[in-house]
Design a binder for this molecule. Sequence first.
Ligand code: PLP
Length: 322
Amino acid sequence: MAILKPLKITLKTPIEKIQGLRTTAKIYIKRDDLNGLLISGNKARKLEYLIADAKNHNCDTIITCGPVQSNHCRTTAAFAQHFGFECHLLLRLYGKPRKIYTGNLLIEKLLDARVNYITPAQYQQRNEIMKVYADRLKRKGKRPYIIPVGGSNEIGALGYLDCMKEMEDFIKAHKIEAVYCAVGSGGTYAGLLLGKKSLNLKIDLNGIIICDTIEYFKEKIWKICEMAIEKFNLGIEINEDDINLIDGFVGEGYGIPYPAELKTIGRLAKSGIILEPVYTGKAFYGMLNHLRKNRYKKVIFIHTGGIFSIFAFNKEITKAIG
Ligand SMILES: Cc1ncc(COP(=O)(O)O)c(C=O)c1O
């Protein structure tokens, strides 16, 4: 199959040098946090392909899932609204729903997404639950399209193959030695790796995991890549050694910030860049630590967005910045 044509609504994002940080390596930042359609971050690149696929399948309703403050779910709600789809979200919630909406959830509600809460135990069975949910909608005459958690499959990953293409000239001109990104469901890293291999770029691609384990993500990323290579005849080969993941920065768990990370978020804000505590805060902090042990001279950090979730962490951030 030829590569799917995306519904391109995002613009090329800039790459900037980060000012004011004292590090041995020069750090550039790919501003995907500025991506189009409600500053959607990394999920916009994936959704340009996923929504195109939903349209090609003549669907009229999108179903997806994620944690209660999922950036992916908020972006999906924005894309669904923009392209005329009904949007149903299955959000993992610990405890009871709050009476006052905040962060991504507030935006989903504003965008009229149908929000359903599921328990952490149900979330373990999310793919089955989404299928049952889709069958129910089909019986009501809807034509649902299911997007997996994080938009991370062989279709969504194409968005980050594009991102690597977008960075190719810069990487070559500036002799970039490594690219870093956060890994939360694997699709961003998988797409970047497909891009690196397709373009034969001589860089290290370093993913900082923010949940689960290296073993889990190696397998998941490898599978996404394999499926993309096969489905879209990419003509490249990827093996597990090509996948370079870094652990040690998850802290106590997914979505639980820690003081050193929050301090990094505060430091970077002084350079005019806002990171958030779930993905980019941990990944950037992880990268700074990794850089101390590596001799890279120039690297790029991909800012994958997620700004709205900082409002759901207002207490933690307030405490950290005093
Ligand atoms: C802001 C942000 N950065 C990074 C990631 C990780 O990307 P991926 O899920 O493709 O691994 C996500 C989502 O999981 C995210 O919302």
